[in-house]
Design a protein around this ligand. Structure first.
Ligand code: AMP
Length: 304
């Protein structure tokens, strides 16, 4: 049996209420797998596994279809309420304060993958309950590589499950605060040593406007974030980075450091576009030429 091309992604599909120093939105389209798929689709076909309630606007599902994302793995629970997240950012845009997390339909979600989704070459477990991430991982057949993301909510509420997951995936993406909280190490090199000793091939630590550090047994790679004049809403920057990063890697399927470097730049470019507006607005309007233009500019900004 041949492997299906593209990426299978599971994660939250949400209605977000967000306040930044520059504006606010209520019940706007958000969620880890939403940002991930709207970004990764530029690089590789993406199939999404998620659940929404009957209150989830049909126009959001229509948007994913328009963007070419495979939505057949999205379940709609009649009478159920969609996952909701509420967060606020101060002028330090790197760390939001979570005001409310309502799991709603995700509380009882145990995905059943279709045969096509079980055969995907690359699997991305976007930020969601690690038990759901395990459930997806246990159903896929021998992917070329697997990656996962998480957040403080799950580090604090499902730590044992998350630690078991880290032993099963190849790549782990998190932000600097999460790396410190999970490892108990303040220094990121020590945190990376802790993570790589658990069997990971690659650890990607996102540091918001300060960029990304990528650790593997082959070495370390670090870049600043793309320099922006206008940052409006950082929500989803991490998931959007993951979309460009994993999408770019999925095209070749290998994790050698030269491909990883290129993927980090694509991830950074995608995240830089996302923070320019609320929700998925900028990502939905983006063109491939915009991505390549900023990729070239990124090279100029960081070359010496
Ligand atoms: P990011 O800014 O990349 O860390 O991700 C922001 C997205 O994560 C928002 O759109 C939220 O809907 C989603 N989110 C927030 N909390 C959780 C959680 N506990 N589990 C899954 N997704 C979440």
């Amino acid at each position: 049996m041949t492997k299906g091309g593209g990426v299978l992604a599971v994660g939250s599909m949400a209605l977000d209420t967000v306040k930044t120093p520059f504006g606010s939105v209520r019940d706007a389209l958000g969620g880890s797998v939403s940002y991930f798929s709207a970004s990764a689709r530029f690089f590789t076909p993406v199939s999404v596994v998620a659940v929404v309630g009957s209150d989830f606007p049909a126009r959001h599902l229509a948007l994913f279809k328009r963007l070419g994302v495979d939505t057949t793995g999205i379940q709609r629970v009649q009478g159920g309420r969609t996952f909701r997240w509420q967060g606020v950012y101060s002028y330090d845009l790197n760390n939001p304060r979570t005001l409310k997390t309502e799991l709603n339909v995700f509380e009882k979600f145990r995905p059943q993958l279709s045969e096509a989704n079980r055969r995907k070459r690359v699997v991305f477990l976007a930020n969601i309950d690690p038990d759901i991430q395990h459930s997806v991982l246990s159903q896929v057949r021998n992917p070329v590589f697997t990656a996962c993301d998480t957040m403080n909510f799950w580090i604090e509420n499902k730590r044992p499950s998350l630690l078991r997951l880290l032993k099963k995936v190849d790549v782990f993406l998190c932000n600097d605060a999460e790396a410190r909280e999970l490892s108990g190490e303040h220094n990121l090199i020590h945190a990376a040593r802790w993570a790589l000793s658990r069997g990971l091939k690659l650890l990607v630590i996102k540091k918001g406007e300060h960029g990304v550090v990528c650790f593997s047994k082959q070495g370390v790679f670090t870049v600043p974030a793309y320099l922006l004049e206008k940052v409006f809403d950082p929500t989803g920057a991490g998931d959007t980075f993951a979309g460009g990063f994993i999408g770019s890697l999925a095209r070749g399927g290998r994790l050698d450091l030269s491909r990883v470097r290129r993927a980090v730049i694509y991830g950074s470019v995608m995240a830089s576009y996302n923070v320019e507006s609320f929700s998925l607005n900028r990502l939905a309007a983006l063109k491939r030429a915009d991505i390549e233009r900023r990729f070239r500019h990124f090279r100029e900004l960081t070359r010496f």
